[in-house]
Design a protein. Sequence first.
Length: 250
Amino acid sequence: MGGPVFGDVRSALYDVENGPRIVDYIYGIGGRDVTPDHIRTVYADLAKIADTGQVENLLTYLGSESRGAHMATLKELSKKEVLISSGHRACAGCGFPVIIKQALLAAENPVVVSCATGCMEVCTTIYPYTAWKVPFIHNAFENSASTLSGVEAAYKSLSRQGKIDKKIDFIAFGGDGGTYDIGFQALSGAMERGHNMLYICYDNQAYMNTGIQRSSATPRGGANTLLACGNRVVREEAVSQGSQCNYGCS
């Protein structure tokens, strides 16, 4: 069993004398495949636990090793440096600082970030201050993806020349307007060229920074200052299906 069910069952049986050993297996994270060999491993683990009565790993992510990735635990993440500082100007309860924090915690290598013009950029980089503890590039509304694709291409060139010998991750942030509308061409081009980067769309379903105007991400029935209702005309899947993008989700 996995996730919340595991916690509930383990808590319910905590005081049961000679109760069963309970372990947690989580699979499918990040779209990773789970093979028959993974399932056989689970049964082998359970058989060993039944024989010895000892649990070596309380939590196991199945498939996380298939792409050379390690799925960090909350304990491991708690020991990592938070790469966005407090004291930024985001409104109380705003979601994007949490998204930035979690995205940067998930990175296993040094990070370079590009960010389109918008609330996320304005609130974290009011001159002469910045809340970012990583290299940060402020882009125009429409070109977060194209700017970072150029940085990633430069990194590849410098790596080939032997001038950089470390792995660097590249993360681009954009709102729904800078992704679905004015930035769609730049994002589509970056995905088609196959740049090794992560693009995160912070989807407010409207242009929040300029007055809640309708964007292509505004859902049918969504109220905004331009129309009584909006209609979603472009989806994230359109980018990944029509390009060389390795993985896309919404």
